[in-house]
Design a protein. Sequence first.
Length: 154
Amino acid sequence: MFVAVVTRSEIAEAIDHSLPSATLVVLNNDPATEMVHSIRMGLDAWAGRMQIHSHDGILIVPGDQPGIPPHCIQACVARFVGDPASIVVAAWQGHNGHPLIFPAALVDFVQSPQCEGGLRELPRDHADRVRTVECDSEAVVRNVNTPADYEQLG
């Protein structure tokens, strides 16, 4: 297992001491980039450290979705393990969110211009491979992007 955390420098400094030692911290200090760019940076870091096999899975858990319960992540992983050619998407009340798991065989698609519009292009272009895992937590679809969003978590 390889874990890459893609974040800004000031966040990396604040969390570095709490991460497992094998975690690679990748810095993306450009606030103008989209999430797909951070995902690509994480994939590049992974490819630079170890060989990616087509049967590997890539688990995406965005930092702006705090509070996703571990059992939701575990349910998605179990679904992927049972069908490793699938794209697994967590959902809440029929709305897709995160985590999302895709097979490493689709890394080239994520790195391509076809995915420039964001990771949402992955399940759109490969709809026949999408497997939804209904979760019991709104956290899988809730983004926390502003201080007001954060305050509402309270």
